[in-house]
Design a protein around this ligand. Structure first.
Ligand code: 7RM
Length: 653
């Protein structure tokens, strides 16, 4: 295609927008000319402060120091709940759609306030104080939102661990930030399956010396083991504290830690991404309002689990800080069938749908009738996040789900950025399928070459960096500030490096091309190659493994594992099963390799570095395009691997 189709801003989106194209151009220019003034004004307008801030910004990208709004005091739960009570006390804050279609509940702002105050009192009665770390390992239930908000009311730092993670993954996260409390449920429901959360939590906590109590939400009637002294039923203890009230919100400093969320990097174990109070909340609030062009009567359906940053920012904090109605969905997109999202949309009259390209591709494959048999007339806006969206999936989302009338916001951002960074604005930006289009107001992207030289002008491709701080950016890696500096600010000194490749096209539109480091993006989930490799080696069968991403038509990227077995181990189905089971157990089912190829040796340089470039080409099926192999210690391994992989693919490994 010589040039890409452009979808103009639909007139429907223009009529009552918060920001049209000339307003965007003007605000953007202002926000770049004087960022501190711009963000200070936003902070005063969008947040409620107990005490005003004095110093808008203090930063140094060489030492990785970022401080916003110092001197200010505020509380996140007050901003998300209390301040709405007067005008929106009876407005629905959270709608919950359970695993079974039609099993639903909701909480108004007043009801949410009450629930959060009670849980705050309960957590304090268990000894939780400002600054303590609280792990949350819960399914998508209202209690998850309530517990997160109660932590923020106390000033305790929550770390939510996705309920699909294994006991080991949970244990490592709890220990990394020494949590004193773990909140979990007896059991989770995920489509046709049950998830034994408490059993997994028990396994994890048996190796977590800092955990004093496990608070257990009763999600189902299935019994679970309870340990005297340590384990407490959530609803029972709520009853036992009834009548007492210790729910006053703690005024927090702007830069006090708000939460930790673990995410995979290119090396070593997952990093605890640390976000702080004022900057994160402002950024979630601001971006939610403008990216989704928030209207008072919106029902926001973000399909992400609160175990991911998208759930934090756009199921919980962004919507509630704006006084909006947010929908929490407990189930999966294909239960009981591939029409579930649209069933939810029709019954709850959702106005915004925000989901991941992998879900769109999976649903598109099932056929249009799963969509068209439900009414989507309430929907005015569609969004995507998590990975590049291929134009075919974009066009299907636009024409079939959105009936051609809804703008699509393809939002690029990261756990580290706290909120959306590059995205169209529904009333301002004509879209091109597959492009995240333009930076939001206040965001200063920059494309550099491998040496860090800025690539000026349009029609350039390189690495995506950000040259100036924004309030939502992470402040540190929990417990390891040097790792923070090293990971994000040392590749290109003076810049924040995203890890993504990017092209800026002839119109100045940004196209994210994917990770340029050793991070995989499998169905929108981030995984480090090193993390998966060490899990494979833990199986005991494998001496050495190299993992690469391979194209996958639903997941975007799948995982191919090249494994060198220990001498006595047979390269058979049993060994493969053992490897897959180990990866599931050590990380989670998300990390299960799609291909396991037993090879005699890995392509290595003379200094012992694995040449992943070659394995990636082989994984892509481009056997003749592996490129220069002359720097390999033993070039003959390449031909061996190629014939092995070809044979495996023919026999449909
Ligand atoms: C929000 C989230 C971050 C990585 C990021 C990219 C990729 C996310 C898009 C995207 C192309 C998008 N946080 N990514 N959104 N790539 N277009 N709209 O996903 O920390 O889990 O992942 O995801 O590679 O660096 S995350």
């Amino acid at each position: 295609m010589s040039h890409n189709p452009i979808f103009p801003v639909p007139s429907q989106a223009l009529t009552r927008t918060r920001m049209n194209s000339s307003q965007y151009a003007e605000s953007y220019a202002q926000s770049i000319a004087n960022p501190e003034e711009f963000w200070a004004a936003q902070a005063r307008e969008l947040l409620s402060w107990r005490a005003p801030f004095q110093n808008t910004l203090d930063w140094n990208f060489h030492t990785a120091t970022i401080k916003w709004f110092e001197g200010g005091k505020l509380n996140v739960s007050e901003n998300c709940i209390d301040r709405h009570l007067e005008l929106r006390g009876d407005k629905v804050a959270l709608i919950w759609e359970g695993n079974e279609p039609g099993d639903t509940k909701s909480l108004t702002y007043r009801e949410l306030h009450r629930a959060v105050c009670e849980t705050t009192t309960l957590l304090r009665s268990l000894g939780v104080k400002k600054g303590d770390r609280v792990a949350i390992y819960l399914p998508m239930i209202l209690e998850a939102a309530v517990c997160m908000l109660a932590c923020t009311r106390i000033g305790a730092i929550h770390t939510v661990v996705f309920a699909g993670f294994s006991a080991e993954a949970l244990r490592d996260r709890i220990n990394d930030c020494s949590c004193s409390i773990l909140i979990t449920a007896n059991e989770g429901l995920r489509g046709p399956k049950t998830v034994p959360l408490k059993t997994t939590a028990d396994q994890a906590v048996s190796e977590c010396p800092t955990v004093r109590h496990v608070l257990v939400v009763k999600r189902t009637e299935t019994p679970c083991p309870m340990q005297d002294d340590r384990d407490v039923w959530y609803h029972e203890s709520l009853n036992s504290i009834a009548g007492s009230d210790n729910s006053a919100a703690e005024p927090m400093d702007s830069e006090d830690p708000l939460f930790i969320l673990y995410t995979s990097g290119s090396t070593g174990k997952p990093k605890g991404v640390l976000h702080t109070t004022a900057g994160y909340l402002l950024y979630a609030t601001h971006t939610f309002r403008y990216v989704f062009d928030l209207q008072e009567d919106d029902v926001h359906f973000c399909t992400a689990d609160i175990g991911w940053i998208t759930g934090h920012s756009y199921v919980l904090y962004g919507p509630l800080a704006n006084g909006a109605t947010s929908l929490m969905f407990e189930s999966i997109p294909t239960y009981p069938d591939a029409g579930r999202y649209w069933d939810v949309v029709e019954r709850h009259k959702a106005t915004i749908v925000y989901t991941a390209p992998t879900a769109i591709r999976a649903l598109a494959k099932e056929g249009d009738h799963f969509v068209t048999r439900y009414s989507r007339s309430s929907v005015r806006l569609l969004g995507t996040v998590g990975e590049p969206i291929n134009p075919d999936a974009w066009l299907w989302y636009h024409s079939v789900v959105g009936e051609g009338r809804c703008p699509i916001v393809d939002t690029w951002w990261q756990t580290e950025t706290g909120g959306v960074m590059i995205s169209p604005l529904p009333g301002a930006t004509p879209t091109k399928p597959g492009s995240a289009t333009r930076p939001l107001v206040g965001v200063q992207p920059m494309i550099v070459d491998e040496q860090g030289q800025e690539l000026f002008g349009n029609d350039v491709t390189g690495r995506l960096c950000i040259r100036f701080p924004w309030p939502g950016m992470m402040r540190s890696v929990y417990g390891d500030h040097e790792r923070f500096r090293q990971t994000y600010f040392s590749t290109f000194p003076g810049l924040y490096f995203t890890g993504d490749g990017c092209r800026r096209d002839e119109d100045g539109y940004y196209w994210i091309t994917g990770r340029v480091d050793d991070v995989l993006n499998v169905a929108g989930h981030r995984l480090g190659t090193a993390e998966v490799e060490s899990a494979i080696v833990r199986s005991g069968a494998v001496a050495e493994a190299a993992v690469v991403g391979v194209p996958h038509d639903v997941k975007g990227q799948g995982i191919a594992a090249f494994c060198v077995l220990h001498a006595e181990v047979l390269p058979d189905a049993g060994t493969k099963m053992k490897i897959l089971a180990t990866v599931r157990e050590v990380i989670s089912p998300i990390a299960t390799p799609d291909h396991v190829w037993f090879v005699a040796g890995l392509p290595k340089t003379r200094s012992g570095k694995i040449m992943r470039r070659i394995l990636r080409k082989i994984g892509e099926g481009e056997y003749g395009a592996v490129g220069d192999v002359s720097t390999l210690a033993d070039p003959s391994v390449v031909a061996d691997i190629v014939s092995l992989v070809q044979a495996a693919r023919l026999s449909k490994d």
